[in-house]
Design a protein around this ligand. Structure first.
Ligand SMILES: *[C@@H]1O[C@H](CO)[C@@H](O)[C@H](O)[C@H]1NC(C)=O
Ligand SMILES: *[C@@H]1O[C@H](CO)[C@@H](O)[C@H](O)[C@H]1NC(C)=O
Ligand SMILES: *[C@@H]1O[C@H](CO)[C@@H](O)[C@H](O)[C@H]1NC(C)=O
Length: 101
């Protein structure tokens, strides 16, 4: 009985550089967290991500979720199967390799 409830799609596209640097933890959306009616393009615009950095997606579980995709799937707007959604409300994603995410 898969629930197809779909609140909305919000997305960020991060370009991860392969440079060696101190790992940084980014709270996505800063104090707003992962939500709707927030400009993630503006949030991400001036940020530089490196391999080893962490993205923290903080939101109320059940209201939103997180899908990990590559740059191709992102620009293609391909949403992975629902069972690949991260939905705990506090996802910490380590950027393990360079590329578009
Ligand atoms: C997550 O968001 C809630 C509500 O906005 C906030 O109270 C909490 O401190 C945040 N947690 C983290 C780890 O950022
Ligand atoms: C991006 O992800 C899609 C779907 O998982 C996969 O088919 C494709 O090969 C990936 N492309 C790259 C460049 O990794
Ligand atoms: C791009 O979109 C097409 C059509 O929706 C889909 O068949 C294909 O798998 C997508 N490719 C990627 C890499 O997401």
């Amino acid at each position: 009985m898969a629930s197809k409830r779909f609140v909305g799609t919000i997305a960020i596209l991060a370009f991860v550089l392969a440079a060696v640097a101190m790992a940084t933890k980014f709270a996505v959306g800063d104090d707003q967290g992962w939500t709707i009616n927030f400009d993630y393009e503006a949030w991400v615009k001036d940020k530089i991500f490196h391999v080893g950095d962490e993205l923290v997606f903080n939101y109320t579980a059940g209201w939103h979720n997180v899908f990990k995709v590559n740059g191709t799937a992102f620009t293609n707007c391909t949403i992975p199967p629902t069972n690949e959604a991260l939905s705990t409300g506090n996802e910490v994603i380590t950027l393990a390799a360079h590329g578009r995410k």
